[in-house]
Write a protein that binds this ligand. Structure first.
Ligand code: ANZ
Length: 826
């Protein structure tokens, strides 16, 4: 048999597809169904593709090719997420310009993707760093700004000295930067924030109806953290002020024994008495540098008494006010009504400071254990008019009563925080905002030059001016030294000729912060619809034609960040009527991580990284594609085994030879067994592709191929044709080559997919094992619906079974149709 010459075949078909524009997106025909198949576009890192990339890309390519063959208009684009820290750090390390290294890395990634035969429409390639893309990213920022969703704020930021930038909460894990694991400090800084919290409710509600992995849905829900509860107002003793708290347990209001303010709560100084001032100030200063995570996770509760009191809205009693950093300034109202009997944190705090504990809920069954807080639901006690109510009813009654008294009412709170959107890095989109520059009284501004070091001036950050849309894109200045510094204004502050400019006899200063890498990936799937549009980010027509994304494939590490940010921008664009679809990504699939052959995550330091270039050179692109789809379920985490790639290579060789045989002998007859196996395989492969069960689809094709090979020279032509069509989404070069060997002149990319006959897929006979006393002793082939007597009659014909039961008493027969026949004989 011949060896399949992949090294000649693969480049040949790649050249064919390119010359013939085979995968150019069709003009959308609205009478046909469509599929928008999207990959999470890669960061073009210096390292090139690793074997994890082709896993998701092959999966989406299989679906794209399958859907083209099943009569869909398919949009399958690719591009580059080319701004961001990795690209910049790589440039700093190599002393090159990020624009140059990015271009080089993109070229390498592109070569690798082309080498793998993916059916992308390369005419739609975009990079987030292209000026024509930056222009529209900045344009969207201006729309957010005009809608009041982008604003400046002095926020307590996460400053990472090692990275020289501020990071979003989402980018911090266990108090360290997600990227690089560096320490992070907290201090207030002027930042741009995007008001994603305005969309908290919609982001939560919009998840309903999406076909996403449940783990990812849950992660987003938890991140948004919708909490349904009640606000309660406590008037401050001897003042007009009041402290409002947020609680999810309004039913415990009669158990409040103190109120705790977060150290950053605005009323701390107003409530604090002169005697307590020094101690409170000291405490507030000491806690200000602690991160939220630190404050909420540490078991030891710290705090101080303010000396002040509030009035309980129901009982009129005086309740002491404390400051404690287990209460977060940024959640709810930054204040809690403390119920130590029924909240663990309050209990620990009350024990630490010897505060009162009032029990107001008891379990429905059993007794109260007063050694710890009872935090579950139960029945109200010691609560006057509310006594005897279940927790659920009591919450409702208390909330209703507070509303009537105008001392509170129902309230929904979210954990989600606004998105800190500015970065102090070079390699990002400049934020298209500038500010007036003021000079000392009496100085003629035009005689001044703020770019010189000794020119005294003030930048009026309070008077932000958006760049005119007509002046976009605002491009980055070319800088020799763009490394981050210790100036939190960012490295662009050092590009003074870019930063300062004159207009109408006045000086202005540009915003020197850039956008985070997430910005570009928030809307790239929309630009793919209309990548060359110079008048708009994308037209309404293409949105109507192609959105939403029907299948989005990418890593689970983006479960919260990218997917939440992109949904947020999308919902804003929806509100502005640029898109008709409230949600961008209808179906989402995460490919499982591919581990090294040692079962560990692939990494340079472990030396277990597999380079796709090597596999393609040695065994071919189709072998790599098919192996990755054959390794196991797409979503599963699985170790790489280079030795197993050869199993796939053997399958390809067999298939190639079977097809050649069919093409030579042109056998038109097909026996019954082959017909049935062919139809069963077509059914299985079709159904498995539909459910993205690629590994089982491939094994079904292996079984069919083995059978055809066993027919020696009598391989039916029809079976070979169907096999070539079926294998083509997985191994497109092999598929095309076989198709052409079978005498076809055109690509099979748009050939109708195989059709199976249900009737021929029903098994009328089956083969099953026979056991005697639980041990396998042979096989019988019987009608699928055979009864016990028929099965037993067949079993008695099997020599090894006969030997075991002859001369013995049959005590029992366990028979399950089509599954088990176990004969118990003594
Ligand atoms: C009184 C109470 C009694 C509470 C009780 C719980 C149990 P989730 O579900 O996370 O929303 N809380 C409110 N604001 C807070 C803040 N800024 N920092 C820390 N804790 C805060 O939790 C809501 C509960 O967390 C609220 O209900 C409040 O404590 C606390 F038996 O109020 B509870």
């Amino acid at each position: 048999p011949a060896t399949y010459p992949f090294a000649d075949v693969e480049p040949k078909w790649q050249a064919y597809w390119e010359e013939n524009n085979t995968f150019k997106t069709p003009e959308r025909d609205m009478s046909k169904p469509k599929k928008y198949v999207l990959d999470m576009f890669p960061y073009p890192s210096g390292a090139g593709l690793h074997v994890g990339h082709p896993e998701g890309y092959t999966a989406s390519d299989v679906m794209s090719r399958y859907w083209r063959m099943t009569g869909h208009d398919v949009l399958h684009p690719i591009g580059w997420d080319s701004f961001g820290l990795p690209a910049e750090q790589f440039a700093v390390q190599t002393g090159a310009q990020p624009a140059d290294t990015t271009a080089k890395n993109i070229a390498n990634f592109k070569r690798q993707l082309k080498m793998l035969g993916f059916s992308y429409d390369w005419d739609r390639e975009i990079a987030t760093t292209d000026v024509n893309y930056v222009k529209w990213t900045q344009w969207i920022f201006l729309q957010l700004y005009k809608k009041g969703l982008a604003e400046q704020s002095e926020v307590s930021v996460n400053w990472c000295p090692a990275l020289g930038t501020v990071l979003a909460n989402e980018e911090i894990i266990n108090g360290k930067s997600e990227r690089g694991d560096h320490p992070v400090e907290r201090f207030p800084l002027r930042q741009w924030i995007l008001k994603i919290t305005d969309y908290a409710d919609r982001l939560e509600a919009g998840l309903d109806g999406l076909d996403w992995p449940s783990g990812t849905m849950t992660a987003q829900q938890q991140w948004i953290g919708k909490s349904i509860g009640c606000q309660i107002v406590f008037d401050v003793d001897g003042s007009d002020e009041s402290v409002t708290v947020f609680t999810t347990r309004a039913d415990t209001v009669m158990g409040v024994t103190y109120v705790t303010l977060a150290p950053e709560h605005p009323l701390v100084s107003a409530v604090t008495t002169p005697e307590q001032k020094e101690e409170v100030d000291k405490y507030v200063a000491a806690t200000s540098s602690r991160s939220d995570l630190d404050r909420t996770s540490s078991k030891e509760k710290t705090g101080v008494f303010t000396g002040g009191y509030v009035t309980h809205p129901m009982t009129g009693e005086k309740v002491p006010v404390w400051v404690g950093d287990y209460v977060l300034g940024s959640y709810g109202t930054g204040a809690v009504m403390a119920v130590p009997a029924h909240d663990t944190r309050d209990f620990e705090f009350a024990k630490a400071f010897d505060l009162d504990i009032k029990w107001v809920v008891e379990p429905k069954k059993g007794e109260l254990n007063k050694e710890e807080a009872f935090t579950e639901s139960g029945v109200a006690i010691n609560s006057g008019e509310f006594d005897g109510l279940s927790t659920k009813d009591c919450k409702k009654k208390v909330t209703y009563k507070l509303k009537e008294m105008e001392k509170g009412g129902p309230q929904i709170t979210y954990k989600l925080r606004d998105w800190v959107f500015s970065r102090q890095r070079y390699w990002g989109e400049p934020i298209p905002i500038y500010f007036p520059v003021d000079f000392p009284e009496g100085v003629d501004p035009m005689s001044q030059d703020p770019t010189s070091d000794d020119c005294e001036h003030t930048i009026r950050f309070d008077q932000a001016i958006p760049v005119d849309e007509a002046d976009l894109p605002l491009e980055l200045p070319l800088m020799e030294d763009f490394a981050p510094g210790d100036d939190p204004a960012g490295c662009l502050a050092r590009a003074k000729d870019w930063r300062y400019f004159q207009k109408d006899g006045k000086w202005f200063s540009r915003e020197t912060n850039t956008m985070p890498q997430w910005a570009g990936s928030c809307w790239y799937y929309l630009r793919f619809l209309d990548p060359k549009n110079t008048d708009a980010a994308f037209s309404k027509k293409v949105d109507e034609q192609w959105m939403p994304v029907d299948l989005y494939v990418g890593g689970a590490e983006h479960a919260v960040l990218h997917l939440l940010y992109a949904r947020f921008w999308h919902q804003v664009l929806y509100d502005l009527e640029y898109t008709q679809h409230p949600e961008p990504f209808q179906r989402l699939v995460h490919q499982g991580m591919i581990l090294g052959s040692d079962g560990e995550k692939m990494s340079k330091s472990r030396g277990n990284v597999v380079n796709p270039d090597d596999i393609v050179t040695a065994q071919g692109a189709d072998a790599l594609r098919m192996y990755e789809m054959f390794m196991g379920p797409l979503e599963a985490v699985k170790p790489w085994q280079t030795s197993q790639v050869s199993g796939v290579v053997r399958f390809q060789n067999k298939l190639y030879n079977v097809v050649k045989m069919a093409a030579e002998k042109k056998v038109t007859e097909m026996d019954d067994e082959t017909t049935r196996l062919l139809h069963k395989t077509m059914k299985k492969v079709t159904e498995d592709i539909e459910s993205l069960s690629f590994n089982t689809a491939i094994s079904a094709m292996m079984v069919l191929t083995n059978h055809l090979q066993s027919l020696k020279e009598e391989v039916p032509l029809e079976a070979a044709e169907k096999l070539a069509l079926m294998v083509s989404p997985f191994a497109p070069h092999l598929g095309e080559e076989c198709w052409s060997i079978l005498g076809n002149e055109e690509t099979l990319a748009y050939h109708p997919w195989v059709e199976f006959d249900e009737e021929l897929c029903i098994d009328d006979t089956i083969t099953m094992g026979v056991q005697v006393n639980g041990k396998a002793r042979g096989e019988i082939t019987i009608p699928a619906d055979a009864d016990e007597a028929t099965a037993m009659a067949a079993a008695k014909e099997v020599d090894r079974v006969k030997a075991q039961i002859d001369g013995k008493d049959i005590k029992k027969i366990i028979y399950v149709q089509g599954r088990i026949l176990n004969i118990i004989a003594k």
